[in-house]
Write a protein that binds this ligand. Structure first.
Ligand SMILES: Cc1cc2nc3c(=O)[nH]c(=O)nc-3n(C[C@H](O)[C@H](O)[C@H](O)COP(=O)(O)OP(=O)(O)OC[C@H]3O[C@@H](n4cnc5c(N)ncnc54)[C@H](O)[C@@H]3O)c2cc1C
Length: 392
């Protein structure tokens, strides 16, 4: 029996575990995650404003699959010995593996600008737990909330906070242009909607440092705040780099088109923690929209490797970018397979419904994969005639 250890029980890790369990019967699979419940990371901006998260038990998700769940924190990978160390409630244990799936996700980068670590909240689980009461307390006062980062999580958080706490003065600050990955139509709708919701927009503003109640920009401007939410940039686990696995400048493991580490082919990279070059030649968007197809494909390639068959290159294309703007509005930016925007957008309540359905589909996918032989649906390039959805 091959020993497969999957580290990280996020969107990527869980789908890999379930699909792999359904696609071969010659491996013992272990999934390691620090918590025994699944964190719906794509809803953390909702959790921040008080929406109670559903409690989704990982052992329950894995029920009947034969996947062994180990709660714990991976502290070291030893590729040369094919072992890893896990800190558990019972002490440190060492686990052997034949194949490793590296699915440790990402966090907000907090070490780039001085003061962020000390004074800012972020949309990471540990910080959201403190952000929630802080927002509730500030919510009734006309306090000032600054949100830094014009990516999707900063946009979604600013809309969510402005809608939930209309008395607050909410401002969204970006270093570049807001919604730079959207079409002009998408950007216009985004600006118009956020402004209607009372979100102040400050673009092309670079921050040099953060102090106790103000941020200082590179040009010397000071912006006071009562609460600062930092969403700019990503950070990745240092484990791969420490283990001598080849990583890029950010710490994501570099994988080949078959999703195997270029330095250690028995290690597969999945989700945010992997640097995947897509068929379009672009790096992947850090999103569960990418993490899950990559995970499904990695499971198939692992099953092939275990059966001594040849793994296949990842085939995948994007279809949309979906942004929630509070609970009643949203924006769907339709994109080409390479993730570049088209001029087509869907907006308003219809987009909010699409977004909600997508969030539900992520969780539903685990149960569908468990029930129907690893089933997962994603969009792939259609040979010759551009990109079109296909089922695998
Ligand atoms: C507020 C917000 C909204 C978002 N909205 C969207 C959206 O609408 N659509 C979209 O596609 N994407 C969205 N994203 C991005 C999406 O959440 C991530 O791309 C996705 O979670 C990546 O999945 P993953 O499995 O790679 O990592 P994760 O989901 O981050 O899971 C990684 C897991 O690894 C565990 N882990 C880390 N280190 C260790 C260790 N040393 N030992 C053991 N376990 C460890 C973590 O605890 C975690 O459980 C959003 C993100 C945020 C923050």
């Amino acid at each position: 029996m091959a020993q497969v250890v999957i580290i990280g029980g996020g969107y990527g890790g869980i789908l890999t575990a379930i699909r792999l369990s359904r696609r071969q019967n010659k491996a013992q699979i272990t999934l390691i995650n620090p918590r025994d419940h699944f964190v719906e990371r794509i809803r953390l901006h909702q959790t921040a404003v008080g929406t109670k998260p559903r409690r989704l038990s990982i052992p329950e998700m894995l029920r009947g699959t034969g996947v062994h769940f180990q709660q714990g924190w991976v502290t070291e990978i030893r590729p040369d010995h094919k072992t890893l160390c896990v800190n558990t409630d019972q002490g440190v244990i060492t686990l052997p593996f034949d194949y490793l799936v590296y699915a440790l996700g990402s966090q907000t980068r907090r070490d780039q600008v001085p003061g962020v670590e000390q004074y800012a909240f972020s949309l990471d689980l540990h910080s959201v737990e403190g952000l929630k009461p802080a927002l509730t307390q500030l919510g009734t006062q006309a306090g000032r909330v600054l949100i830094v980062g014009g990516g999707l999580s900063g946009i979604e958080a600013s809309a969510e906070i402005a809608e939930r706490y209309p008395a607050l003065k909410v401002e969204l600050i970006t270093q570049g242009e807001l919604g730079s990955n959207l079409s002009p139509e998408g950007r216009n709708y985004l600006r118009q909607t956020l402004t209607q919701m009372g979100v102040g927009l400050r673009e092309h503003l670079k921050i040099s440092r953060v102090e106790a109640q103000q941020i200082i920009t590179v040009s010397g401007e000071t912006l006071p705040y009562d609460l600062l939410l930092w969403t700019a940039g990503f950070n990745f686990s240092p484990l791969a780099q420490s283990a001598g696995i080849k990583v890029n400048g950010l710490g994501q493991i570099i994988v080949d088109p078959e999703l195997r580490s270029v330095s250690h082919p028995f290690i597969y990279g999945v989700g945010d923690a992997a640097c995947v070059l897509l068929p379009s030649g672009r790096a992947q968007r850090l999103a569960c929209a990418t993490a899950m197809p990559i995970a499904a494909h990695a499971a198939d390639n692992l099953a092939a490797s275990i059966a001594r068959q040849t793994p296949r290159a990842l085939a995948f294309s994007y279809t949309l970018i979906c942004i929630s703007l509070g609970r009643r509005k949203g924006l769907v930016q339709w994109v080409k397979g390479d993730d570049s925007p088209t001029s087509r957008i869907t907006t308003g309540f219809k987009a909010a419904v699409i977004k909600e359905l997508i969030c539900r589909y992520t969780i539903l996918s685990f149960y569908l994969a468990r029930r129907f032989g690893g089933f997962y649906l994603w969009s792939q390039p259609k040979p010759q005639s551009g990109f079109a959805p296909a089922i695998r």
